[in-house]
Design a protein around this ligand. Structure first.
Ligand code: AMP
Length: 459
């Protein structure tokens, strides 16, 4: 099958040629004729399958050219990155048309966005929150709306956008509207939404629910602690030949900043590495993403908040510095690599406390992620006491979650510690009352031991 078979107009076919798409991807083969036929469509497809063009091409066919003032198409997506990415795809695919479009999202003042809308638009791409903000100011005309797309519906629900989406559905005209819903996964709540939102939908699915991209080679390292993870990431990133374009995902902004600082100081030239997370200013995030997209940056460190919707081709590696605890994020994270016929590698670092989550992920992806022995040259660090305790506490909490009657090894240990401390206190009191109290209780303290060791060394 070729793109010519869809009876798309010449402007779109030329843009497709410019983009270098040779043949339609499976989701495009299935969805384009249905959307062009005017059906409501439910598409189950991960990012990386070509789903954006699958709905954009028929939409651009329908919109054809600039007309009127108010939007005729509204595309809602969960994050500003995804909104921007969809908008970029429109720019590329509609480059030989005069179709007007704008992306609106939070984090920036709404003034310019409002001005663009007022000047007249055909397609609006928005996060649900920002759409409602501007709509309530009375700046978005909805009367001409003919097509509504919910992209990454599962993520929108995860992020708590359901109330806003319901409000949007209330304020836009429902007559003669074509509705499209795309989602990476199809849990019951997305199914419910699809009943509410779509009329006699046609369902298209390119891979079974939450299976991982076939092209991705997955590897898992069992790691003793955070510092060893840092050593390994440093070791891997030194191999520039292999790790050409890498996204490192981690759970929190703090960890992201730490990895960034470590790599920028010791391993990767500072202009070749960027970090993005919610605390970074909007412009910094956009610039970092662009630099990475253009290939000027080797390593991008990101949190999950920033991870969705990143569309960068030919990422050589995804490294999960932490195991994601929203399990579907694993699928989304590794979906960044191995896309559009490029093989990629997804490497996951797992501590003992994270094994529980990996087991859950393996259930979802219906496969075991192959374990790889740690490299011989890797420096294995001792696990600090606090980190060990934290891990034990986490493992206990996980076991309790599975079995509410589980007492917990850690708590038993803690109990023993408390008991022995109580015993010591009791002995001390007895000693004091019998007049045998030691004069200086700090005698056996650290500093003394340390100095005696130093002295020994001098000898
Ligand atoms: P998506 O799943 O929409 O995020 O698209 C993933 C990537 O695949 C994007 O970078 C698209 O530009 C690219 N892409 C979409 N359709 C095709 C195609 N038919 N051939 C090659 N690449 C494509």
């Amino acid at each position: 099958m070729t793109f010519e078979d869809f009876q798309l107009n010449r402007q779109l076919l030329n843009a497709i040629t410019d983009l270098g798409y040779d043949v339609p991807s499976p989701i495009q083969e299935q969805a384009i004729p249905l959307v062009m036929g005017g059906h409501d469509v439910l598409g189950i497809a991960q990012t990386g399958t070509g789903k954006t063009a699958a709905y954009l091409l028929p939409i651009l066919m329908k919109v054809k050219y600039a007309q009127g003032k108010d939007m005729r198409v509204l595309i809602l997506a969960p994050t500003r990155e995804l909104v921007m990415q969809i908008d970029t795809a429109i720019t590329e695919l509609a480059k030989y048309t005069d179709i007007r479009h704008v992306a609106i999202y939070g984090g920036l003042g709404p003034k310019t966005q409002i001005e663009t809308i007022k000047a007249g638009i055909d397609i609006l791409v928005a996060t649900p929150g920002r759409f409602m903000d501007i709509y309530l100011k009375g700046e978005i005309g909805v009367k001409e709306l003919k097509t509504l797309v919910l992209d990454e519906a599962d993520k929108m629900m995860d992020m708590g956008f359901m109330p806003q989406i319901r409000k949007i559905l209330e304020v836009i005209p429902s007559k003669k509207r074509q509705n499209l819903l795309f989602s990476a996964t199809f849990p019951p709540r997305v199914e419910e939404l699809s009943h509410e939102f779509l009329e006699f939908p046609k369902k298209v699915e390119v891979s079974p629910q939450a299976t991982t991209a076939e092209m991705v080679n997955q590897i898992l390292y069992e790691m003793p602690n955070f510092k060893t993870k840092i050593n390994l990431i440093g070791m891997l990133m030194k191999d520039i030949e292999r790790f050409k374009r890498v996204i490192i995902f981690c759970r929190s902004k703090e960890v992201a900043d730490n990895i960034f600082k470590f790599l920028a100081r010791k391993i990767v030239p500072e202009n070749k590495i960027k970090v993005i997370h919610a605390n970074k200013g909007q412009n910094t995030r956009i610039n970092s993403m662009e630099a990475f997209r253009e290939g000027n940056v080797q390593v991008l460190v990101a949190t999950d908040v920033a991870a969705r919707g990143i569309d960068i081709q030919m990422v050589s590696h995804v490294v999960n510095f932490d195991v994601p605890i929203i399990y579907e994020d694993y699928v989304h994270r590794i979906g960044r690599t191995g896309r559009a016929n490029h093989t990629g590698e997804a490497i996951t670092f797992m501590t003992e406390a994270e094994e529980y989550h990996i087991k859950k992920i393996e259930k979802i992806i219906k496969m075991e992620i192959p374990r790889q022995p740690l490299p011989d040259e890797l420096v294995i660090e001792e696990t600090p006491f606090i980190e060990k305790q934290e891990m034990l506490r986490e493992i206990d909490a996980q076991k309790k979650k599975e079995d509410p009657n589980f007492k917990g090894a850690f708590h038993e240990k803690k109990d023993r510690r408390v008991k022995s401390k109580e015993k010591q206190e009791k002995q001390k009191k007895q000693m004091i009352s019998s007049g045998r109290a030691p004069k200086n209780t700090s005698y056996r303290g650290k500093s003394n031991g340390g100095s005696s060791r130093r002295n020994t060394n001098k000898k």
